[in-house]
Structures are given as C-alpha cells and as structure tokens.
Design a protein around this ligand. Sequence first.
Ligand SMILES: [Zn+2]
Length: 123
Amino acid sequence: MSAYPATPREEHLSVLRANLAPDNTGLWCPRGWVALSVATHRALQRVDPNYKIVGIKEKFGRLVFSADSYTPQARAIITYAENLSCHICQNCGAPDAGSVTAGWIATLCDGCTVYPSEPRRGY
Ligand SMILES: [Zn+2]
C-alpha cells in the first residue's frame, strides 16, 4: 500500500489498467484525456461487457482508443471519443482546445500552449 492516497487520475488509470487485454500495447493516455478514456471505457462496457482495452495513446493530437470489440455500437463510441479528443486539452482536460503545431501536433488549450519561441523541456 502506498504511503500516499491515490489521486483521482491514478484511480481512473487503475480502472483502465484492470481492463487491459493480455496482449495490450499499453496505456499512453495524456492526463487531460484520462476522464474521457474512462467515460469511453464505461460506455463500451455497457454495449460489450467482456471487451478489453488493447491500447490507449495519443497520435497527432488525437486520442487513439483501441479495443477488441468490433460491434457497430462499440466502433461508434470509440469514434465519438476520438473525435471529441480533438477539442479537449490533452494536458489539462479543458474544453475548447485546438490543434497546435510546434514541431509536433497536440491538442491544447490556450493556457497550456507553449509557443515555438519558448523551448519545451521534458519531452
Ligand atoms: Zn490545457
């Protein structure tokens, strides 16, 4: 048991981890999209209770949610979530975010945008 209580983000990630397929590609979910990913997971469980998450990642500023369910309802839920991610800041989860290109493509709100003149560190 950790000396520190789990943060909501960690609790949410543990919900997603618990439903990973054995041959998953990992959870590389930006923190701003964790709530969206959990909501997507919950919706998928309703239409396919036995589905597993194959992987979650960001690509070109967009959520990529891979699941082993191929029902039309599951595909619609995933497509909706992936499209919605293009409007949610991948860093803080704020709505009304847009695509930012600064050597890479990211979906960021104005507050999280770092302009090219300001070097980013830690990436
Ligand atoms: Zn933000």
